[in-house]
Ligand binder design. Structure first.
Ligand code: NIG
Ligand code: FE
Length: 432
């Protein structure tokens, strides 16, 4: 039996208990199920008990001397944060485009002129597996320092099979070697490659008949995603791509209504997507359809911030009953950040969400968005020992004191991996 880990006496222990079956909606998004003076006992990587410190102290009285203790007095303890939408496996960076956009160029103009996603695709095609692994590994370290213990990762900077495969294989190796868990998504439909510009149907055929079946056969992804956007993939093409994925067992996700209103939210509900992401320009009809079908709305206010656009209407979506999650969208073009806590602040300040709602949106609802709610996203007996400890006394202060990394300690599978805000030496060994 491995040594037990005893996290003791948090001023607030945010448990979110009872939320594993279905994502939280409406008022339930504010019910964090907080225990004051709360403690957690973790053993063999799994949560064994959650309660007040005096309850757990009594329960484990005979074993206290042998346990590793983390004193959380005066601190906020939450489930390890979950980022349900990233493009973390990429090469290079695009600060030159940032500079161009600040001088008036638009994101889509840059992309249509061969930059944007195409620029990162060239860099990712040119990078070796080892380079791509090393760059992405470092980003995962930064995610961990910001309290994130699970990350969804999309391919999509390949646009041809060899590079899509390289990205997916790097994600697989990262999942094996980095303590963060990765949930893999195939996003071959990220843009239409230039050579297919005149005949996008040929590329779609390639996706549907060759790439999607191969990805599924190799077991390299759980989800299939498409950039449904004016000038990229139409709703009709997106539907076919998502249905093809479903046929091969890949769950659907969709980049919907990001730049222009395009009925992406409606499509997500129609195909039974697990999540529809972005939604800056989603219609009310689309939001209602998502609410009815329980499609998680993954909102990415960092992208709106970075593209200097109006954020999605998170308040309205929650009021209409859409289960909302939040994510960084970590990518080199529209949101080069790993700071999920900063995204939570934007959720409050730009989308009218409350500090309680943004916490539900980055834990249990984010876990639902990646189909992992039975394992992570809340502090409950039987779930993974993934815990983040912040150097603030309550959850409201986490957002109030914005732009600061308050992470003190991160526990992954019951092991301390960040201590005093720094990566712990244990991280240097493989998680297996
Ligand atoms: O989620 N919208 C499409 N894809 C990414 C951006 C990718 C890039 O610019 O490199 C997004 O915003
Ligand atoms: Fe994205």
């Amino acid at each position: 039996m491995s040594k037990a880990l005893f996290i003791r006496n948090a001023s607030q222990l945010v448990t979110l208990q009872g939320s594993s079956k279905a994502p939280l909606v409406k008022d339930a998004m504010s019910e964090l199920k907080i225990i004051e003076n709360g403690s957690v006992w973790i053993e063999d990587g799994v949560i064994q008990a959650v309660g007040t410190d005096s309850e757990l102290k009594a329960k484990y009285a005979s074993r206290l001397a042998d346990a590793e203790v983390v004193d959380a007095t005066g601190k906020l303890v939450t489930p390890g944060l979950v980022d349900p939408h990233t493009h973390v496996v990429f090469a290079g960076s695009r600060e030159n485009e940032f500079n161009m956009r600040l001088q008036g160029a638009s994101y889509m103009d840059i992309m249509n002129a061969g930059g944007g996603i195409h620029a990162t695709t060239r860099a990712t095609q040119a990078a070796s597996h080892e380079q791509l692994f090393a760059e992405s590994y470092e980003r995962l370290n930064q995610f961990l320092r910001h309290g994130v213990t699970t990350v969804e990762a999309k391919s999509g900077y390949g646009m041809e099979w060899a590079t899509e495969l390289k990205q997916l294989e790097v994600a697989k190796e990262l999942n094996e070697k980095h303590v963060i868990d990765l949930v893999s998504t195939f996003m071959g439909a990220h843009a239409v490659p230039k050579e297919y510009k005149e005949n996008p149907e040929e590329f779609i055929d390639l996706l549907i008949n060759e790439m999607i079946p191969k990805v599924a056969e190799l077991g390299l992804a759980e989800f299939n995603d498409v950039f449904c956007e004016f000038g990229v993939f139409t709703p009709e093409q997106s539907r076919r791509i998502l249905e093809a994925g479903k046929k091969h067992g890949l769950l659907a996700k969709i980049h919907a209504d990001e730049i222009e209103p395009y009925e992406g939210a409606e499509l997500a509900a129609e195909v039974g997507a697990v999540s529809a992401d972005h939604l800056l320009k989603a219609s009310e009809k689309g939001m209602k359809a998502m609410a009815e079908k329980g499609v998680v709305g993954v909102l990415l206010p960092g992208t709106a911030y970075f593209l200097m656009a109006e954020s999605a209407n998170g308040r309205k979506m929650i009021d209409l009953g859409v289960p909302v999650a939040l994510s960084t969208d970590c990518n080199p073009g529209s949101s080069p950040t790993v700071s999920l806590p900063f995204i939570m602040s934007l959720g409050c300040l730009k989308m009218g969400m409350t500090p309680a709602e943004v916490l539900a949106a980055t834990t249990i609802n984010a876990a639902h968005a990646v189909n992992r709610a039975s394992e992570i996203g809340s502090l409950e007996v039987g779930k993974k020992g993934d815990v983040t400890i912040f150097n603030v006394p309550n959850y409201m202060k986490l957002q109030y004191s914005y732009g600061v990394n308050h992470v003190d300690t991160v526990v992954k599978n019951g092991a301390v991996v960040v201590k005093g805000g720094q990566l712990h030496e244990k991280l240097l060994v493989s998680k297996n």
